[in-house]
Write a protein that binds this ligand. Structure first.
Ligand SMILES: Nc1ncnc2c1ncn2[C@@H]1O[C@H](COP(=O)(O)OP(=O)(O)OP(=O)(O)O)[C@@H](O)[C@H]1O
Length: 368
């Protein structure tokens, strides 16, 4: 399934110009407040009719200004989840879940008990929303959206109203939906950590325009993204496999550039993972350093250097995977760093936080 969006629209004094494709997997709409993300989501949902252009889900045209075609929201088969779960307070979880199904004539995406298991809500069926935590409410809202058997999901900042602990609790469920449902999921977020963990495709929106879009790994390692992410939130994502749990508690993962050691990782050996490696945690050495406490040294080649107000952002190719390193201008000059130079990227085992280790999928998921 593929969502294709190409439209122009004026709202108040703002012009929105959206042009991107969202394949199966999570397509994150990312940008500053007021950039135009909600307007794009509303146009896809059918809550707004774009002045010019076309939106289609595979061969189904959702809106097309040529010919005045406009499919009303209830005929789009799109599941929508907002910041607040918007569950019916007088209905139980089970009745809330069933509510989505009443409107669907399409065949089931998956059996209901599989979906409730996938979301970890099977034990909550008889409760009412007032007796659920915020994270549980959002999982029920996701379940209700999925049980309406949508062709795609729109998730508009679904974690924004939750505290950090609840966000951490719900992320693995979103990963599972991304990897198991085989649907396009359009995901609006301000959070760099969320998109680094979930996105397979990133669409960067600025001042009403889509200014870049592409696969998550290459977008996140593009120094042009750094101003939007913020210096402390800039980092690349690396695709690795958990290779061994070692006797001293460290986990060895295999990356394309070689092994890396991380603090204890509670997953089975063989699990594919995505690691978010923050640019400020990566040091650069010209020679392979000896007698250094950092355990991880990967050979790499510099592909790009970008000077900004926070120093120099260095993009590296480590065995075919991108890495970012943030260093001072003084260090970049002292080491005479330039594109093409062979270096070593140095990373402490403890610097990859558990929240920055997620389930694998880096690419759009294959069709079901
Ligand atoms: N009803 C409206 N009337 C006038 N201007 C509007 C209206 N709705 C949105 N806008 C303007 O359109 C632009 C895009 O707004 P939009 O809500 O799509 O941004 P956003 O990226 O979703 O922002 P946020 O992250 O804060 O939700 C903004 O400049 C906003 O002020």
């Amino acid at each position: 399934m593929m969502l294709s969006v190409s439209f122009r629209h004026r709202i108040g004094n703002s012009r929105i110009n959206a042009d991107f494709a969202a394949p199966n997997g999570v397509t994150a709409l990312f940008g500053r407040s007021g950039a135009g993300k909600t307007t794009i989501v509303q146009a896809v949902a059918g809550l707004l009719r774009p002045e010019y252009g076309r939106i289609a889900l595979d061969d189904t045209v959702l809106s097309d200004s040529d010919g005045g075609h406009f499919l009303p929201p209830h005929r789009r088969a799109i599941g929508y989840v907002f910041q607040d779960a918007r569950l019916f307070p007088h209905l139980t979880v089970s009745q809330n879940l069933l509510y989505g199904r009443w409107f669907s004539r399409r065949s089931q995406l998956a059996p209901p008990d599989q979906i409730t298991r996938m979301l970890g809500i099977s034990h909550l069926m008889q409760r009412r929303p007032a007796a659920l935590s915020g994270g549980e409410r959002q999982r029920v809202a996701l379940g209700r959206a999925i049980l309406s058997n949508p062709r795609m999901l729109l998730l508009d900042e679904p974690l924004a109203a939750l505290d950090e602990a609840r966000k951490t609790e719900i992320l693995p469920y979103l990963e599972r939906l991304r990897d198991d449902l085989g649907l396009p999921i359009l995901y609006v977020s301000h959070s760099a950590a969320e998109i680094a963990r979930l996105a397979t495709t990133i669409v960067l929106v600025d001042q009403g325009r889509v200014i870049a879009s592409g696969e998550a790994a290459s977008m996140l390692s593009d120094p042009a993204m750094a101003p939007y992410l913020g210096a402390r939130q800039t980092g690349a994502i690396l695709s690795v496999t958990l290779a061994a749990q070692e006797a001293d508690g460290l986990a060895r993962v295999d990356s394309k550039a070689g092994p890396l050691w991380l603090s204890c990782l509670d997953r089975p050996v063989g699990t594919p993972l995505r690691l978010r490696i923050m640019a400020q945690d990566v040091m650069i050495a010209l020679q392979r350093p000896a007698d250094i406490s950092a355990l991880n040294v990967l050979p790499a080649t510099i592909t790009d250097l970008r000077l900004d107000e926070d120093g120099v952002l260095v993009r590296l190719d480590a065995g075919g995977d991108p890495l970012l390193s943030r260093i001072t201008r003084r260090s970049a000059e002292r080491l005479d760093l330039r594109p093409g130079k062979a270096v070593h990227a140095v990373l402490k085992a403890v610097s990859v936080a558990p929240g920055n280790i997620g389930a694998a999928s880096l690419c759009p998921t294959p069709p079901r």
